[in-house]
Structures are given as C-alpha cells and as structure tokens.
Design a binder for this molecule. Structure first.
Ligand SMILES: Nc1ncnc2c1ncn2[C@@H]1O[C@H](COP(=O)(O)OP(=O)(O)OP(=O)(O)O)[C@@H](O)[C@H]1O
Ligand SMILES: O=C(O)C1=C[C@@H](O)[C@@H](O)[C@H](O)C1
Ligand SMILES: [Mg+2]
Length: 172
C-alpha cells in the first residue's frame, strides 16, 4: 500500500503514534526530523542555531521526497506543511493524515521539553499564535484525526479505520 504520512503540530503525537501504528500494521517507520539529524550529523536545534530555519526547511522538503513512498509510515516535522510544495507533494503521494490536538493540551504535553527550537524558552508563548496560523494548512489533509484527550490505542485505531476507508475508495 501507499505510505502513510503523519502531519500535525509539535506535540500532536506524530512520532509516538507513528511507532505504535508501525507496530500495529507491521510497517517500517521513518521520522523526517530524525532522518535529517542522522543525515546532517547534527540535532535540529543545532541546525536551526547554526544554519537557520530556511536551510532546515530545504533539507526537510528534500527528505520528504526521498523517503519510501510505499509500505511505510512517515512521521514529519511539525512545520512540513508550511511550504506549498510539500502540501502538494503530500496530497499526491500516499495517505496524508493530520493529527489534530488542541493547543492547551499541546502546552501540557510539551511543558518540560526544550528540544523544539520554535517553542523553547521565551518562544513558548508563540504556541497559540503559531497554531492558529498553521491550522488551515494542516486542515488541507484529506484525513483528520483528533487526538485531544485520547489514548494512543484509540488514536491508532482511528487512523487505521480512516486509512482502510481511503484504500477502499482508491481501489474502486
Ligand atoms: N495522545 C496522547 N496523550 C498524552 N500524551 C501524548 C499523546 N501523544 C503524545 N503524547 C506525548 O506528547 C509528547 C510529544 O509527542 P511526540 O513527540 O510524539 O509529538 P510530535 O508530534 O512527534 O512532535 P514534533 O513535531 O515536535 O516532533 C511526548 O511526550 C508524548 O509522550
Ligand atoms: O513545527 C515546526 O516548525 C518544527 C517541528 C519539529 O518537528 C522540527 O521539525 C522543528 O523543530 C520545527
Ligand atoms: Mg516528532
């Protein structure tokens, strides 16, 4: 089957859900952030600090297009939807899933996590503004799954149901 692309705001649970979904479906999982860190031998935080966000965004688009288009789960960085080029790409390759989570719950999930440069230190206050700016872009995804207040097993079940429906539609 076509690969499944999980998108969503930082803390929506893409990485966590991707691993659980990969286990449940017996599919390999690639995380675009982790693949960039491996390829560049640098953390995302260091890439942002030393080379800037634009350089990171270019690496991210290239990484998106180079990951397997069949039989894999691809978990993406929270900002993948910022580039129109990436949204067009996602819409035309595999299953594009948006994992929604309300901003208050995102704040709670990420309260003690400093690994996201766009939400670290004083930038924590950016969350709601960034969320509202990005929401319409995330909602371009054909499959939307709300994760707010849900357990991971429920989220995985929801995603699988929606993917099955989309696969059936794709084959008729
Ligand atoms: N449904 C959930 N309920 C409670 N906590 C969750 C849920 N999903 C994820 N989390 C927790 O929220 C944090 C962020 O999750 P995760 O790293 O999977 O998000 P992400 O979408 O991959 O973020 P990023 O875009 O920054 O990579 C983790 O500590 C994870 O355990
Ligand atoms: O939402 C974003 O813009 C980001 C999310 C993370 O996954 C990383 O890709 C990086 O920290 C940027
Ligand atoms: Mg992640």
């Amino acid at each position: 089957m076509r690969s499944i692309y999980l998108t969503g705001f930082m803390g929506a649970g893409k990485t966590t859900a991707g691993i659980a979904l990969g286990n449940a479906m017996g599919m390999r999982v690639f995380d675009s952030d982790a693949e960039i860190e491996r390829q560049q031998q640098q953390t995302i935080t260091a890439i942002f600090a030393e080379r800037g966000e634009e350089a990171f965004r270019n690496m991210e688009s290239q990484m998106l297009q180079s990951l397997p288009k069949q039989n894999c789960i691809i978990t993406t960085g929270g900002g993948i939807i910022l580039k129109r080029e990436n949204r067009i790409w996602l819409a035309n390759h595999g299953h594009w899933v948006y994992l929604h989570c309300e901003p208050d719950e995102i704040s709670r999930r990420l309260a003690s996590d400093e690994s996201r440069p766009l939400l670290s230190g004083e930038r924590k206050n950016n969350l709601r503004h960034m969320f509202e700016e990005r929401l319409p872009l995330y909602l371009e995804a054909p499959i939307v799954v709300d994760t707010t207040g849900k357990r991971m097993d429920e989220i995985v079940k929801d995603i699988r149901k929606r993917i099955n429906e989309a696969e059936i539609e794709h084959t008729v």
